[in-house]
Design a protein around this ligand. Structure first.
Ligand SMILES: [Zn+2]
Length: 139
């Protein structure tokens, strides 16, 4: 990833704070639309600027199905901010996962090295090389 070690510390601090105290944030996306009605003579039929709305809806995919929830216009800005906060949290979580998985790889690499050392003492160098190659493809 494009983040330096310095920002990794900042990400850790941010995640720690966010996990300690739940804050308003959410997943999903907010869509805004205007609509035409079917009332006879209503100007919305011919003029886009006379359409009704805007109406806001929050959509979110849950277990493969899309959930939709209507949001009042007065709530839209707040929901937008909550979604942005949620996006930042998700990004930080991904970076955190990356750091954890690098540590996990280092941990199992040490075990492989130890095993390779033992095998080399027993004289089977070829086998340990194959092991190391397999490990390096799993990053
Ligand atoms: Zn209308």
């Amino acid at each position: 990833m494009k983040h330096s070690a310095a920002s990794a510390a900042a990400i850790r601090a941010r995640l720690t704070a966010q996990l300690a105290d739940p804050i308003p944030m959410r997943r999903g996306s907010l869509t805004e639309r205007t609509v035409k009605c079917s009332r006879p003579g209503c100007p919305c039929k011919d003029r886009p600027e006379a359409r009704h709305g805007p109406y806001f809806s929050l959509t979110r995919s849950v277990a493969g199905t899309t959930q939709t929830r209507l949001i009042a216009a007065a709530q839209a800005a707040t929901v937008r901010r909550q979604i942005e906060t949620g996006r930042q949290f998700r990004d930080a979580t991904e970076l955190y996962w990356g750091a954890c998985e690098r540590l996990a790889d280092a941990e199992i690499a040490r075990l492989a090295d130890t095993a390779a050392d033992r095998r080399e003492k027993g004289g089977s160098v070829r086998r340990s090389r194959r092991r190391l190659r397999m490990r390096s493809t799993r990053s």
